[in-house]
Design a protein around this ligand. Structure first.
Ligand code: ZN
Length: 136
């Protein structure tokens, strides 16, 4: 099981890492390491033939799965479809879901859960270009 470490924090940020995704194993939730207030993010991996050992459903949060490596199948209630590196799957509330790795390489994915319908402003309706001296 991989660990998450908080690396840097400041008044306005937190930086955490699970380390190399090539060596990542198991499931790791991020919120406690970064102090996130708007969503929960988790990293997950599945070995060849592996699936999450249970179906689950969320009452208020939708989930967005981002597949980083590997391929396999995703099931939402009785719908099944193929997924692969680069896939993004949004799953609504009140339905059962599961994910299975069928590739020779392990499947690595990120799951972001946030309250369904909560997104209001985003990108350029929420962001503004600011003037700041680069220290990079
Ligand atoms: Zn979930």
């Amino acid at each position: 099981m991989s660990e998450i470490k908080t690396l840097n924090t400041g008044e306005k940020f937190a930086h955490a890492s699970v380390g190399s995704l090539h060596n990542f194993e198991g499931k790791q939730f991020v919120k406690d390491a970064t102090g996130a207030t708007s969503c929960e993010i988790s990293f997950g991996t599945l070995p060849t033939g592996g699936m999450v050992p249970f179906f689950h459903s969320h009452k208020e949060n939708e989930e967005n799965y981002i597949i980083l490596s590997g391929s396999g199948k995703f099931q939402v209630n009785d719908d099944v479809f193929d997924i692969a590196e680069g896939s993004i799957i949004r799953v609504s509330t009140n339905c059962d879901r599961n994910i299975k790795c069928t590739s020779e390489e392990p499947m690595c994915y990120i799951c972001i859960q946030a309250k369904e319908g909560s997104l209001e402003g985003y990108t350029m309706t929420d962001a503004e270009i600011t003037e700041h001296t680069s220290l990079l």
